[in-house]
Design a protein around this ligand. Sequence first.
Ligand code: NAP
Ligand code: MG
Length: 499
Amino acid sequence: MVKEHGILIDGKWIKSGSGETFESLNPANEKVIGKFQSCNNDDVNKAVNAAENVLDSWKDVPAPKRGEILLRAAQLLRKNKERLAKLMTREMGKVIAEARGDVQEAIDITEYMAGEGRRLFGHTTPSELRDKFCLGMRMPVGVFALITPWNFPIAIPSWKITPALICGNTMVFKPASDTPLCAIEFVKVLEKAGVPKGVINLVTGSGSKVGSALVKHKKIRGISFTGSREVGEFVTREAGLKKVGLELGGKNGIIIMDDADLKLATDGVIWGGYGTTGQRCTAASRIIVHEKIRSKFEKMLLNRTRKLRLGDGLKPKTDVGPLINNRAVEKTHEYTHIGLAEGAMMLCGGKPVKINGKGFFYEPTLFTNVAPDMRIAQEEIFGPYISMITVKNLDEAINVMNGITYGLSSAIYTNDIKNAFEAVERIEAGLTYVNSSTIGSEVHLPFGGIKGTGHAREAGWTGIEEFSDIKTVYFDYSGRLQKAQIDVVVGKKLKKHSE
Ligand code: NAP
Ligand code: MG
């Protein structure tokens, strides 16, 4: 029997009024792991109203006390780490070590944001007038819509929910339809930790129906969206004057200079290109390699790529798990046809695979002789897919790196400090790694992109900015009307102490 899961509105797990459900599959064996509610507009309205009704009372809870709830949540996540990781591998396919990392990221940010409860710093600054005191303080935004993708099904929701909570917002969370179970389990942990009813509401169902209803909803004040650029552009058009944070796609590159440690670079490229089956916004899909070491590096990379073992992520020997669904297999395969038609050379991979007749697997694929303007070098594929581009020098490498519409992550392998600094200064991206892959964010540093990747800076010290507004406050205790910019406060002669 497949279990049917509810949605959370005002502290109650209930069924949708639509009477309709959808299924989430294990992408490694195509087994159904649960049934979920296909919400309608009425469910969305109820969820938003529930969040609005408790907004004032949640704002009123002192932030350090909100932090205590988050600390309890972090402890519960730690306790449940292995269970949640296994469930994640079953629901979306990433190998178990990475699933554990995903849950760990949620633990880390939950602890970090708990600590923010005792900071939430504002600024104090002098006034240009006497007897006047100025400061900026944080306020919650209001009811947030949180819309998330499936590739980090617990980590990404945690990057949004925990800062939104600590800043005093209430929220409606709409997870990806490929990973509703991970979302439900995460929200249950927060409930158990003591988040009061109504503060987090969870609705499931299609993005075009449920997600877009939230984006357009009049009572929603903030939207935090992570997902594709197409939907990000839709959110930008439809959100009106809401506060919007967008974390969109990437086409991330790694530069390999002729002075690089090639063994280290191979490790980084394999991890960046094929880790999470290439389904990371920060995946390294373009390898920009110096012509002097190109043929040596290509051999090393091909050798390693051929050895990768496809399989169920729960099996300890698996290196690369399945893609998320059949659509992703079709999309990835289409790029193989596109790359070949564009004249690039495929060194290995390029085929969909079934294991025991099932699963959405795709062979790790390596293309070389790729020109920077080919579609396989410009468009986000989101599969186990690497395109190698050869360049003559660092200048050309950086121009290739920047010659895309995205701007999320980037890396350079070099042992020359001058190359490293030049790359750091000139690469147009939200993240640059030196001598490591395009992957590896830590929760206490800002994360996000520029250009077509959007503009949010989640996590770290900027994570709070995404989920709070600043109020500027002036206290005037002079007892008279003082006019900024107009009153002359200091003449040519200063007052003497005795005056
Ligand atoms: P997606 O198709 O854009 O979906 C993301 C979320 O938006 C899902 O919950 C989806 O719901 C919902 N959605 C779809 N259409 C919507 C609409 N019209 N209005 C409101 N919501 C809507 O992206 P995805 O395929 O899940 O995720 C992969 C993408 O996310 C890639 O482009 C990847 O680079 C990006 N990503 C970016 C970051 C980052 O931090 N920059 C991190 C991870 C992933 P359904 O699931 O029901 O369709
Ligand atoms: Mg699934």
